[in-house]
Design a protein around this ligand. Structure first.
Ligand SMILES: NC(=O)c1ccc[n+]([C@@H]2O[C@H](COP(=O)([O-])OP(=O)(O)OC[C@H]3O[C@@H](n4cnc5c(N)ncnc54)[C@H](O)[C@@H]3O)[C@@H](O)[C@H]2O)c1
Length: 358
C-alpha cells in the first residue's frame, strides 16, 4: 500500500519525540523536516536522514506531501495550519489547536473547505490510564458521573529554577496571548473534562493565588459547571504537596466520582527501567482494586498509526477529538483562565520579593 508522506514542522523538544514515533510507524514516510531554527532543523534532519527547510511555505511548495505534522510553538499553529489547508494537506497538530477560539474556528472551516483531515494530538486521550477512566465510565461501572476532579500536573515553578533555560521558557509562557501554564497544560484537562463528563461547559468559577514571584497567579483553581449537571474541578499549582510523585515530579491526580463508585488515576507514582508508572484505582460497593500501568505507553506511535489509518480512510480514526472538539478545549481553557484572572489574591510586591529568594 502507498505510504502516507508527511513532513515535520517544529523540531524542538516535542518535535523530536514526534519524530522518533513517526520513524517507527509502517505506512508513514517522513519526507522532510522544518524549523525556523537552523540548529534544530539540522539536528532533526540528520537524525532522520531527510532534507531540512527553514520555512514551511517553501517546504510545502517543494515537497510532494500528503500531510504535515505541526509541532511548532503554540502561537505558530494558526498560521501554519492555514498554510497547510491552502496547500490541501492533511495535518496532525499538537495541542492547543490555536491560542484563540476565533482562530480555531477559521482553521476548522479552512480544513472543511479543503476537504482535508485535521487531527489534534491531545495526549491524554491516548494515555493508558485516562483511556481506562473513559472505558469504565462508558461501561457504567461507577454509574452516572457526578464529578471529575483534576489536581494539576505541573507545579513547574519549583522545578524551573531562576537563570535556567527552562525558567526563561516558563516565564515567557505568561507573556502576551500564551496565557500561562494554566492555559498550556489546562487545555488538556478542559478537553478531558468534556470527554469524561459527556457534558458541555456552562459556567466557570475561578480563583488564583500569586505567591511565587510572578505577575501572574501561579496557582489556580477552576470549578466548571457542565450542562448535564456534572461538576468538574481543576486545581493547578506549585504547592509542595503536589511534588511527591516519582523523582519529585508533580503528582497529578484525576478522580471521577459517580453514583455507584469512583475511579482514581495518579499520574506518575514510581519509575521503573526509565519509565513512569501510574496507579489506576477502581472503587465500587463490591470492593476496591488498583493496578500499575505505564504512564505514556506507546502513545505517539499509536497517534501516528491512527493518523495514517485516518488519511487512508478519509476520516478521523482512533482517539483524536474532532477539530471542533479541539477548539472547544481552547475555548474552555480561555474562559477558565479569564475566570482565574478576575479573582486573584496575593500581592505582586510580595510575589516579587519571594522571587528574589530563588
Ligand atoms: N501533548 C503534550 O503533552 C505536549 C508536550 C510538550 C509540548 N507540546 C506542544 O508541542 C508544541 C511544541 O512544544 P515544544 O515544547 O517542542 O516547544 P519548543 O520551543 O521546544 O519547540 C518549538 C519549535 O517550533 C519552532 N517553530 C516556531 N515557529 C515555527 C514556524 N513558523 N515554522 C517552523 N518552526 C517553527 C521553534 O523554532 C522551535 O524549535 C507546542 O504546541 C506545545 O504545546 C505538547
Amino acid at each position: 500500500m502507498k505510504k502516507v508522506r508527511i513532513a515535520l514542522i517544529g523540531c524542538g523538544a516535542a518535535g523530536m519525540s514526534h519524530l522518533k514515533a513517526m520513524l517507527s510507524v509502517r505506512g508513514l514516510q517522513l519526507k522532510a523536516v522544518c524549523d525556523l531554527n537552523r540548529k534544530y532543523a539540522k539536528r532533526a534532519a540528520e537524525f532522520a536522514g531527510v532534507p531540512f527547510y527553514l520555512d514551511a511555505e517553501t517546504l510545502m511548495k517543494r515537497e510532494e506531501l500528503d500531510g504535515v505534522a505541526i509541532i511548532a510553538t503554540a502561537h505558530a499553529h494558526y498560521p501554519l495550519l492555514m498554510l497547510a489547508a491552502r496547500h490541501k494537506l492533511h495535518a496532525i497538530c499538537e495541542k492547543p489547536l490555536t491560542l484563540k477560539p476565533a482562530e480555531g474556528k477559521r482553521v476548522v472551516a479552512a480544513f472543511k473547505r479543503a476537504r482535508r483531515l485535521l487531527a489534534v494530538t491531545f495526549t491524554f486521550r491516548y494515555v493508558p490510564s485516562t483511556r481506562r477512566l473513559k472505558q469504565f465510565i462508558d461501561k457504567g461501572t461507577i454509574g452516572k458521573v457526578l464529578e471529575v476532579r483534576h489536581v494539576g500536573w505541573g507545579g513547574l515553578a519549583e522545578k524551573y529554577r531562576a537563570g535556567t533555560e527552562n525558567r526563561v521558557k516558563y516565564d515567557r509562557m505568561y507573556e502576551g496571548d500564551i496565557r500561562g501554564i494554566l492555559f498550556d497544560c489546562g487545555v488538556h484537562t478542559f478537553d478531558l473534562f468534556r470527554w469524561l463528563s459527556g457534558g458541555e461547559y456552562v459556567k466557570f468559577l475561578g480563583m488564583g493565588v500569586c505567591h511565587k514571584g510572578y505577575d501572574y497567579p501561579d496557582s489556580g483553581s477552576v470549578l466548571c459547571e457542565m450542562d448535564n449537571g456534572v461538576r468538574c474541578l481543576y486545581e493547578h499549582g506549585p504547592l509542595p504537596h503536589y511534588m511527591n510523585g516519582a523523582d519529585g515530579i508533580p503528582l497529578g491526580t484525576m478522580c471521577v466520582a459517580g453514583t455507584k463508585g469512583s475511579l482514581v488515576f495518579k499520574i506518575a507514582v514510581v519509575r521503573r527501567n526509565g519509565h513512569y508508572l501510574s496507579e489506576f484505582q477502581v472503587h465500587t460497593k463490591r470492593g476496591s482494586r488498583s493496578e500499575m500501568v505505564p504512564l505514556y505507553g506507546k502513545l505517539r506511535d499509536k497517534q501516528y498509526a491512527d493518523f495514517v489509518r485516518s488519511v487512508r480512510a478519509g476520516k478521523l480514526r482512533g482517539s483524536f477529538p474532532s477539530p471542533e472538539e479541539a477548539n472547544k478545549a481552547t475555548d474552555a481553557a480561555c474562559r477558565a483562565v479569564d475566570a482565574v484572572l478576575r479573582n486573584v489574591v496575593g500581592t505582586r510586591r510580595a510575589a516579587r520579593a519571594a522571587a528574589r529568594r530563588y
